[in-house]
Design a protein around this ligand. Structure first.
Ligand code: 5AD
Length: 359
């Protein structure tokens, strides 16, 4: 049985570029259905029916970067900035624990005031008080900071590489430090420090071609990621890319659309190339396609949901893209409605930290 399973997985995980491209481009509904079913079958056999909940706390929307797509980019003067206090963050951690989540995710812009020692102290206090698994998503940071946070007890780190197309990457990411390591190098550093490593991309970035998206998916496999987040690119009017994307655009036949259908395809292919990874059905997808979209993500490869636990008064300020889903829900409400929906899909809420099962 196990031997069969691994033979089956091998067939999928050896998917090559041409096959991936044809799945990304097919217009045949029956073929697409085959892809979705294959991904769901692999998901059930590898990571099982548990859906892990990660409580997401957006601890600061200050950011020193100028990413062309992101609403919290430094030059956006239309945005009021906030930074949660340590007490507010600890209260959110407690809320996550009380609601039964196994993991707390701390995310922020690249905020220099979240210093290495401060975050280290925060992580160890959260671990001491709650015992939750702690995931950090604080942008590109120095090796020293990352090492210090790992020593303080951080378990996982998320850093999307956004696109594997180097030219497109450069166009949408004015470098903070041109001499600094690139994101692939940082992912290697995180791995060497013993973190569970997560990355991912946006789908439908203006200028993103099908070829480059196929390469993104192959990169997931090459990097052997533990966690992979993919979501649609959502234009933000106060960013250069959202305001005037014209000069980025490729011919229609080359440009990847930023829609729900393409997101499902990528989710399924990601499951097939990385059968054991933890893969969220993302907030960006739910923003585009509501709860139905989130459910379909879970039925087409995903096994994780990241409910937002940021205090209400800050939530709308963490506006990386407009109209983010779930702006007004509490941990408890999320926990009960989500549980009902997840059970309805024939799945169950995961217990424990929900680490990657096989490396
Ligand atoms: N649309 C979709 N996703 C976005 N992100 C940032 N800005 C946008 C946007 N406009 C994603 C990036 C980042 C993650 C935290 O949010 O992929 O890594």
């Amino acid at each position: 049985m196990m031997a069969d399973l691994y033979r089956g997985l091998d067939r999928f995980s050896s998917l090559e570029r041409e096959a991936i491209l044809s799945w990304l481009r097919t217009t045949e509904p029956a073929e697409l259905e085959r892809l979705f079913i294959a991904a769901d079958t692999v998901r059930r056999r590898t990571v099982g029916d548990e859906v892990h909940l990660r409580g997401l706390v957006e601890i600061s929307n200050h950011c020193r970067r100028r990413c062309a797509y992101c609403g919290i980019r430094a030059p956006n003067r239309a945005l009021r900035r906030y930074r949660m206090t340590q007490d507010e963050i600890l209260a959110a951690a407690e809320e996550a624990r009380a609601a039964g989540f196994g993991t707390l995710v701390l995310q922020s812009g690249e905020d220099p005031q979240l210093t290495g020692p401060y975050v280290a102290g925060l992580v160890s206090e959260i671990k001491r008080r709650t015992g939750l698994a702690v995931t950090l998503s604080l942008g590109e940071r120095s090796r020293d900071d990352l090492a210090r946070w790992r020593e303080a007890g951080a378990d996982r780190y998320l850093l999307r590489f956004e696109t594997s197309d180097a030219a497109l990457y450069r166009r949408i990411h004015p470098a903070a430090d041109p001499e600094g390591p690139d994101r692939f190098a940082l992912l290697g550093t995180l791995r060497a420090l013993g973190y569970e490593v997560g990355s991912g991309v946006m789908i439908g970035i203006p200028g993103q071609s099908y070829q480059s998206l196929a390469d993104d998916i192959l990169a997931f496999r090459k990097l052997d990621l533990d966690m992979i987040g993919v979501g649609p690119y959502l234009p933000h009017p106060h960013t250069p890319l959202g305001y005037r994307p014209g000069h980025f655009l490729l011919p229609d036949s080359e440009q990847v659309p930023n829609d729900a259908d393409m997101t499902y395809r990528v989710l399924s292919l990601t499951r097939l190339v990385c059968p054991f990874a933890n893969i969220p059905s993302t907030t960006a997808l739910a923003t585009l396609a509501n709860e139905e979209g989130r459910d379909l993500g879970l039925l087409r490869g995903a096994n994780v949901v990241m409910p937002n636990l940021t205090p209400e008064r800050y939530r709308s300020l963490y506006e990386i893209y407009p109209n983010k889903a779930c702006l007004h829900e509490t941990a408890e409400f999320l926990r009960t409605t989500l549980e009902t929906r997840i059970n309805f899909l024939g799945r169950k809420i995961g217990t424990g930290p929900g680490s990657k099962k096989i490396k």
